[in-house]
Design a protein around this ligand. Structure first.
Ligand code: GLU
Length: 276
C-alpha cells in the first residue's frame, strides 16, 4: 500500500506552494488506495511556533484534504539521539565547532544548502568549551555503502551522490537532529513508501539514501513534484509572499475550489508551475 506524506515545518504560515505539495501527496495516495500522512517537523528550536500546527490542520481541511497525523518530530528526539550515538560510535560522524561565519570566511564552494563545509574539524581534537554539531563523514559513509541508487517517479533512476553537500550536519548545535536525519528516520518509522515533496528538496535525497543504507532502513520511492513560482520566476517563500493559505481562508476564499484549480493546472494570478 502506498503511503505518502506532507511534512511542513511550523516556522511560518503555509503558502500556495505548500497547498500544491499537500494536494499532490494526498491525491497520489487516494488514487492508489493508500494513506496520506501529516507530520509536523517542529525541531527548529525557537523558530518552531507551536500554534502554527493547528493553523496547518485548518488549512488542509479548508483545501478539502483528509489525512492521518503521525507524531510531531519534537516527540521523537530520543530516537534521533540514539541513532546519532550509533553513527558516532561507528566513526561515521565527527564533531564540529565551526560557526557559519567561520566557514564562510574560508570561502568554500557553494552547494545545495549554501557554503560547503571544507572539513576543517575532521580529525581535530575538539574544543570542549564550544558547542558542537555532528557532521557526517561522507567519504567514510560512501566507503561503507558503495554506490547507491534511488528511484524518482518523475525523474527516473538516480545515482546517490551526496558529495555536493560536503560533510553535512546531522546533529545540530541547538537540536538533536538536522532535517536530513530526522526526516529520514521518520519516513522509515511512519512507513512512508513514496516520499512526496517539491523538487527544491531533490538534492537532499542523495543524503537520505546514504543514511538509509547506513542504518538498514527500508528504501522508499520518491516523487519530487515541480514547484510553484511567482511573477519573477522565483520560488514562493514563507515570508516573501502574501497572502498565506491562512489569510486566504480567513478572507473567505473557497479552498476546495483552489485545490481543484491546481489539480487542473490553474493557479492564482501570477503563479506558475516550474517546468523542468
Ligand atoms: N519540513 C520540510 C519543509 O517544510 C519538508 C521536508 C520534506 O518534505 O522532506 O520544507
Amino acid at each position: 500500500m502506498v503511503v505518502t506524506r506532507f511534512a511542513p515545518s511550523p516556522n511560518g504560515s503555509l503558502h500556495l506552494g505548500h497547498a500544491y505539495s499537500a494536494v499532490t501527496a494526498h491525491d497520489i495516495a487516494r488514487q492508489r488506495g493508500g494513506r496520506f500522512l501529516l507530520r509536523i517537523e517542529d525541531i527548529d528550536g525557537v523558530r518552531s511556533l507551536p500554534e502554527k500546527a493547528d493553523e496547518f490542520r485548518r488549512d488542509l481541511e479548508w483545501l478539502g484534504l483528509e489525512w492521518d497525523e503521525v507524531p510531531a518530530q519534537s516527540t521523537r528526539l530520543e530516537d534521533y539521539e540514539q541513532v546519532a550515538q550509533y553513527l558516532l560510535h561507528e566513526g561515521l560522524l565527527y564533531p564540529c565547532t565551526c560557526t557559519r561565519k567561520e566557514i564562510e570566511a574560508l570561502n568554500p564552494r557553494s552547494g545545495p544548502e549554501g557554503a560547503v563545509y571544507p572539513g576543517t574539524c575532521k580529525g581535530q581534537a575538539l574544543d570542549p568549551t564550544k558547542p558542537v554539531a555532528l557532521r557526517l563523514d561522507v567519504a567514510a559513509a560512501l566507503a561503507q555503502t558503495g554506490e547507491l541508487f534511488w528511484e524518482d517517479e518523475v525523474d527516473g533512476t538516480q545515482i546517490a551522490n551526496p558529495r555536493g553537500f560536503g560533510d553535512v550536519v546531522l546533529v545540530r548545535k541547538d537540536a538533536p537532529a538536522s532535517y536530513h536525519l530526522a526526516a529520514t528516520l521518520d519516513d522509515a518509522a511512519d512507513g512512508v513508501t513514496l516520499v512526496t515533496r517539491g523538487e527544491d528538496l531533490f538534492d537532499a535525497t542523495h543524503i537520505h539514501r546514504v543514511l538509509q543504507e547506513l542504518l538498514g532502513l527500508p528504501v522508499p520511492l520518491w516523487h519530487h513534484h515541480p514547484i510553484l513560482l511567482d511573477e519573477q520566476g522565483q520560488k514562493l517563500a514563507k515570508r516573501r509572499h502574501s497572502p498565506s493559505l491562512a489569510e486566504r481562508r480567513r478572507a473567505g476564499e473557497d479552498g476546495r475550489a483552489l485545490a481543484d484549480g491546481m489539480r487542473a493546472g490553474r493557479f492564482p494570478a501570477g503563479i506558475t508551475l516550474a517546468t523542468a
